[in-house]
Design a protein around this ligand. Structure first.
Ligand code: GLU
Length: 321
C-alpha cells in the first residue's frame, strides 16, 4: 500500500504537474529509483501532481512483465501517483503522435526519409551529441521515390538562423545550449518500421498531460533542446527542466539493464534503498532514521526535500559498484 503523501487536490496542484516516465525495458534499478524519488519529492514540495507514464512506445524494446514489475516496485516503495497510469502503446496515444506528425508535415516541418544508416554514416560530416552521425539532409530537398515505408524527420531551422540556437535554463545544471543543425541534425520522429520516437512521444505526452515541470536523469539532458525545438514547431508550451545526476558504475557508465544494474529489492530493505537514493541526491536523513520504517523516512523526506542540496553534476559514481 502506498504510505507516503496522498494525491493533492487539482486546485492546489494547478501550477505544478510533474511526472515519472520509465521505459519498461527491465526492472526498476537504483538509477531509476533516484529519478522517481527526485521527481516525486520536488512535485510534492510544490504541492504539485505527480503522474506516472509508461514509455512503451518502442514496442520491440519492451520486456514482457517489466511494466507490472515497475508498478509493483513503485507501490512497494510507497509512491502515490495521481490519476491513472498512462501507456504510450495505447492506440489513442499513437493517434495523437500521428496527428502531431501530420500537423508538422502540413506545415512543411516534417519530411519522409529513405536513407539507410550506412548511407547517412558515409555522407555525414560529423557525429551528433549522441555520437550517431548528424543527418546530412539528403532527403530534405530530394524526397524519396517509391511507396515507402519511410522514416519521418523534423525539418530543423537552418544552421545559423536565430531558431537554430536553443538554450534551456536547467534548474540544477545551468544552461543547456545546442546549435541543433550542427549538434544534432534533422532527427527522426517516426521510424520506417512505424514506431514513433521517444522525442516525439515525450513532447506530445508532456503537453497533453499538462506537465509543467520535467524532473529526470541527466542522461536525457542532451535530448532537451530537441524537445524544445519540437515544442516550438508544434506551438506547445515548454515545461521547466531539472536534470538530476545519474548513478554510474566505476567505469563511468550509467546504471542500466545493459550495465547489469541489480533490480531493486521487492520487499525487504526498501527503507535502506530509499535512504540510499536520498543520500545520492544530497539529502541527509538523520542517523536515527537509519533503521526507521519506510513511512517515517518518507515523512522526513517530504518535510526536508531541498534542491539546493542536490549535487549539480550529471553523474555520480556509486561507491559500491
Ligand atoms: N522513458 C525515459 C527513460 O526511462 C525517460 C523519459 C523522460 O523522463 O523524459 O529513460
Amino acid at each position: 500500500m502506498p504510505v507516503s503523501m496522498p494525491p493533492t487536490s487539482p486546485s492546489s496542484a494547478a501550477h505544478y504537474v510533474g511526472r515519472f516516465a520509465p521505459s519498461p525495458t527491465g526492472p526498476l534499478h537504483f538509477g531509476s529509483l533516484v529519478a522517481a524519488v527526485g521527481s516525486y519529492l520536488d512535485a510534492r514540495a510544490h504541492g504539485g501532481q505527480w503522474l506516472l507514464r509508461i514509455e512503451d512506445v518502442d514496442t520491440p524494446r519492451v520486456v514482457p512483465g517489466a511494466r507490472d514489475g515497475i508498478l509493483r516496485t513503485l507501490e512497494s516503495f510507497g509512491f502515490a501517483w495521481d490519476g491513472l497510469v498512462r501507456n504510450q502503446s495505447d492506440p489513442e496515444r499513437r493517434s495523437a503522435y500521428q496527428a502531431a506528425l501530420d500537423r508538422l508535415t502540413a506545415a512543411g516541418l516534417a519530411y519522409p526519409c529513405a536513407c539507410t544508416r550506412r548511407a547517412i554514416a558515409a555522407a555525414s560530416p560529423h557525429a551528433s551529441v549522441d555520437g550517431a552521425p548528424v543527418y546530412p539532409g539528403t532527403c530534405r530537398d530530394h524526397p524519396p521515390a517509391g511507396p515507402g515505408p519511410f522514416a519521418w524527420r523534423l525539418r530543423l531551422p537552418a544552421a545559423g538562423s536565430p531558431d537554430d540556437a536553443i538554450s534551456v535554463a536547467d534548474r540544477l545544471q545551468g544552461a543547456i545550449a545546442q546549435h541543433l543543425a550542427e549538434d544534432v541534425g534533422d532527427f527522426v520522429l517516426k521510424r520506417a518500421d512505424g514506431v514513433y520516437t521517444y522525442q516525439l512521444a515525450v513532447v506530445v505526452d508532456d503537453a497533453d498531460q499538462g506537465v509543467t515541470h520535467v524532473v529526470r536523469g541527466a542522461d536525457l539532458i542532451d535530448s532537451t533542446p530537441r524537445q524544445v525545438a519540437l515544442q516550438r514547431a508544434l506551438r506547445l508550451p515548454t515545461p521547466s527542466y531539472l536534470h538530476l545526476p545519474v548513478a554510474a558504475n566505476a567505469a563511468g557508465e550509467k546504471l542500466s539493464k545493459q550495465t547489469l544494474a541489480p533490480a531493486l529489492p521487492q520487499s525487504r530493505e526498501l527503507a535502506q534503498e530509499l535512504a540510499r537514493a536520498l543520500a545520492f541526491l544530497g539529502q541527509q536523513p538523520p542517523a536515527e532514521l537509519a533503521a526507521a520504517p519506510l513511512d517515517a523516512l518518507w515523512a522526513w523526506a517530504h518535510e526536508h526535500w531541498s534542491l539546493a542540496r542536490v549535487p549539480a553534476r550529471r553523474s555520480i559514481v556509486l561507491a559500491d559498484d
